[in-house]
Ligand binder design. Structure first.
Ligand code: ATP
Length: 228
């Protein structure tokens, strides 16, 4: 079943147009990689889905029109965002950050602690004192506490040490195997993206230029639109 439907999405920052027709369709339980070089519109697409910027076109979750909703209602409908740069509440403790996001459902403090034991060890600590990797774990934990149907990670492992990256990737594999959440994923590691994603959508200058099963994404397409 289609969870998220994005068709011919356009968006502008002031007078400069950033999206020129993004198409992307996400099924329940699937992991989709949103790919493309820097500045091609990945973050803008995510912001539009979360209603953080104005956009036009089709945008629906479970056939409900997201364009009719403010961003907090999109979050409440089940879109959990792990934004670029994490943005945890620096003055709150780990536990307070998680509780602040909580909405009823299967995800609880206990389940997040099981996924990220490190967060449990640090639960009384201020978020500002966490390492980058721990902050990313907290940002993911916080998004899960909203009990999302769709989890979006913008630059899932950017700026993290290799060992922490590996931890984040294995958590994403676990979420894929053990839960029914759909995941939309942006990251620079093509190898890890390919391992965890069922599908890929590629943007070029604010437009979808390729989408399909990850196994069908050939070397030539990757080279043309994503490679450096
Ligand atoms: P990156 O990997 O660098 O984050 P991206 O694919 O996420 O790239 P976007 O950040 O969505 O790309 O940017 C798409 C286009 O919109 C770019 O041309 C960018 O310069 C422009 N843009 C992004 N944010 C703004 C903004 N706040 N104001 C004006 N233009 C912006």
């Amino acid at each position: 079943m289609t969870l998220l439907r994005v068709e011919n999405l356009t968006a502008t920052y002031g007078v400069s147009q950033a999206l020129f027709g993004v198409d992307l369709s996400l099924a329940q339980g699937e992991v989709t990689a949103l790919m493309g070089r820097n500045g091609m519109g990945k973050t803008t697409t995510v912001k539009a889905i979360c209603r953080m910027i104005r956009s036009e076109g089709t945008l629906s979750l479970n056939n409900q029109n997201l364009h009719a909703l403010p961003s907090y209602k999109v979050a409440r409908l089940g879109v959990g965002l792990v934004p670029e740069g994490r943005r945890c509440f620096a003055d709150l403790t780990v536990r307070e950050n998680l509780i602040a996001a909580a909405r009823p459902g299967e995800w609880t403090l206990q389940k997040v602690a099981e996924l990220f034991p490190r967060l449990e060890e640090r639960q009384g600590q201020g978020a500002a004192s966490l390492s980058g990797g721990e902050q990313q774990m907290l940002a993911i934990g916080r998004a899960l506490m909203t009990n999302p149907q769709l989890l979006i990670l913008d630059e899932a492992t950017e700026g993290l040490a290799p060992i922490v990256r590996q931890e984040i990737w294995s958590v994403l594999h676990r979420l894929k195997q053990e839960t029914n959440v759909s995941i939309l994923l942006i990251d620079k590691s093509l190898k890890e993206l390919a391992l965890v994603s069922d599908r890929a959508v590629i943007l070029e200058r604010g437009k979808t230029v390729w989408s399909g099963a990850m196994v069908d994404l050939g070397h030539d397409i990757t080279e043309k639109y994503v490679g450096v």
